[in-house]
Design a protein around this ligand. Structure first.
Ligand code: DQA
Length: 152
């Protein structure tokens, strides 16, 4: 069941997520970013949602992409922005402002349980602007997030 068939889910991934599969596998698991994209593709297909899936190591590029999602949102064509901002979660006022400035419905996502890790990962700039926050489900979290936003 889907409340918004035809709408687009933006899935954005921030710095170092291109290293999934080889990066600290004891924390992030063995799946690659290509595997995550495939999970998202299948989940979106199941809900008749369009998928935009991207990764960047550059904060400004991520800001630009949030704006792009914002333009879709303004046209009522965005189901949600699912955003794993990686380390920028804990540092970026610019990404918070981009989300607030566009009003996109945000799911903040983390593969690991950031609250069970170093103290500097416990604070997120994005949470204040998020409709939902999901962490600790591994890469399966992406699929769970898509299943949830399909009902929004
Ligand atoms: C992460 C958690 C962040 O603290 C970290 O900087 C990442 C990945 C996660 O998916 O668990 O790069 O967002």
């Amino acid at each position: 069941m889907t409340s918004n068939p035809g709408k687009t889910v933006f899935v954005l991934n921030g710095p170092n997520l291109n290293l999934l599969g080889t990066r600290e596998p004891q924390i992030y698991g063995a799946h690659t970013l290509a595997d995550v994209q495939e999970l998202c593709r299948t989940a979106c297909q199941r809900h008749s949602l369009q998928l935009v899936f991207r990764q960047s190591n550059h904060e400004g590029e991520l800001v630009d992409w949030v704006h792009e999602a914002g333009r879709l949102h303004a046209q009522q064509q965005l189901a949600a922005l699912i955003f794993n901002a990686g380390a920028y979660t804990h540092t970026s006022v610019a990404l918070l402002d981009a989300v607030k400035g566009t009003g996109v419905p945000l799911v903040e996502l983390h593969i690991s349980n950031v609250h069970a890790r170093e103290a500097f990962r416990h604070h997120s700039y994005l949470s204040a602007a998020a409709r939902a926050v999901l962490c600790g489900f591994g890469v399966q979290g992406y699929q769970l997030a898509i299943d949830a936003v399909a009902q929004w």
